[in-house]
Design a protein around this ligand. Structure first.
Ligand SMILES: *[C@@H]1O[C@H](CO)[C@@H](O)[C@H](O)[C@H]1NC(C)=O
Ligand SMILES: *[C@@H]1O[C@H](CO)[C@@H](O)[C@H](O)[C@H]1NC(C)=O
Ligand SMILES: *[C@@H]1O[C@H](CO)[C@@H](O)[C@H](O)[C@H]1NC(C)=O
Ligand SMILES: *[C@@H]1O[C@H](CO)[C@@H](O)[C@H](O)[C@H]1NC(C)=O
Length: 291
């Protein structure tokens, strides 16, 4: 028969990672707030941020949330021989996520999200995909597009990409133990390479051809290792692209949006009022100690 539900407080914490630079402090705090608000599980936040944002992340968090999460704040760091090159690739600091398996060496698995993500369901729901990985899967992401007619990768990319329309790395679930252990097929050498040895040669080969920075590198990696990716549906990473050109995320029509990803700056302008309204609503939830 069914076993008694396990006490969520006693399970291992869900590990959430984010990389914040520039003007993203408030947006990141609201993302973290959304994670705390809806989650029953204990959470552990790994916050990578530019030095001048550290104090903002260490501000006192609401007392009633203290039992629910822990956090660590880390500086942005890259392999020293190539730090400048990595920082210039794409938006400042975005490629930090590629190095999470190498920096968080003691952490088994992590959910990476962009700062402009909002959880509308408990974080543990997406976390539970980890236990559904088959033996070859190391990561889970949603497609970049549902509809090839408006897809970016299939129309414009000058490099290999995953599947029919590529993947979006704004919500990326990683079993980092597996990422660290795996030897990845690639188009750089005849031998399979470990994650640590793959990234820089890949950047060198493709740096003139990539547009979306490290997301493009992830697409190249999983193009050559498709058996290692679990593709999750678009309601786990719902973006303006899913509604700007008409509704094209069927799983969100059926289930609702579980994770909202307000890229294109839509939380901060008036182009997508529904995205902004959700952001503002979570921002306004009263959490005494923050203001
Ligand atoms: C936070 O860390 C402390 C000490 O490492 C631990 O006792 C506590 O259970 C942690 N809390 C959460 C919510 O993980
Ligand atoms: C990640 O993969 C390792 C190696 O297969 C496994 O031991 C571990 O339980 C996995 N982690 C999760 C959260 O499933
Ligand atoms: C980069 O793009 C150009 C133009 O499409 C192509 O000829 C070249 O092979 C690409 N480079 C790589 C490494 O794929
Ligand atoms: C795991 O699932 C992927 C599809 O996501 C598939 O390509 C791969 O062959 C599967 N691996 C195993 C060992 O069954």
């Amino acid at each position: 028969g069914p076993s008694a539900p396990r006490d969520p407080e006693r399970l291992e914490p869900v590990e959430l990672a984010v990389v914040a630079c520039g003007s993203r402090l408030e947006e990141t705090l609201i993302m973290l707030k959304s994670a705390v608000l809806f989650s029953q599980r204990r959470l552990r936040f790994h916050i990578f941020a530019e030095d001048d944002l550290h104090a903002g992340f260490r501000q006192s968090w609401p007392q009633r949330f203290h039992s629910k999460f822990n956090y660590s704040v880390y500086p942005i760091s890259f392999p020293s021989d190539s730090a400048r090159e990595w920082k210039r690739l794409f938006k400042p600091c975005a490629s930090q996520r590629l190095f999470l398996p190498l920096i968080l060496k003691q952490v088994d698995s992590v959910l990476y999200v962009d700062t402009d993500v909002l959880f509308l369901r408990p974080v543990e729901d997406v976390w539970s995909f980890l236990s559904r990985f088959n033996s070859s899967q190391v990561a889970a992401m949603a497609p970049e597009h549902e509809e090839p007619h408006i897809g970016w990768y299939n129309r414009f990319a000058r490099h290999p990409y995953y599947g029919k329309t590529g993947v979006n790395s704004g919500v990326m679930l990683m079993n980092m133990t597996r990422i660290r252990d795996k030897h990845f097929k690639n188009d750089l050498t005849a031998v399979d390479l470990k994650w640590a040895d793959l990234l820089m040669p890949l950047l060198h080969k493709y740096k003139l051809n990539i547009t979306w920075g490290d997301q493009d590198l992830l697409n190249i990696i999983f193009h050559h290792n498709p058996e290692s990716l679990l593709l999750i549906e678009c309601h786990w990473n719902y973006r303006p692209d899913h509604c700007i050109y008409g509704s094209n995320c069927i799983s969100a029509e059926q289930n609702g949006v579980y994770i909202l990803h307000g890229n294109r700056g839509v939380y901060h302008d008036d182009k997508q009022p529904a995205f902004r309204a959700v952001y503002d609503a979570i921002k306004q939830v009263r959490t005494k100690a923050i203001h």
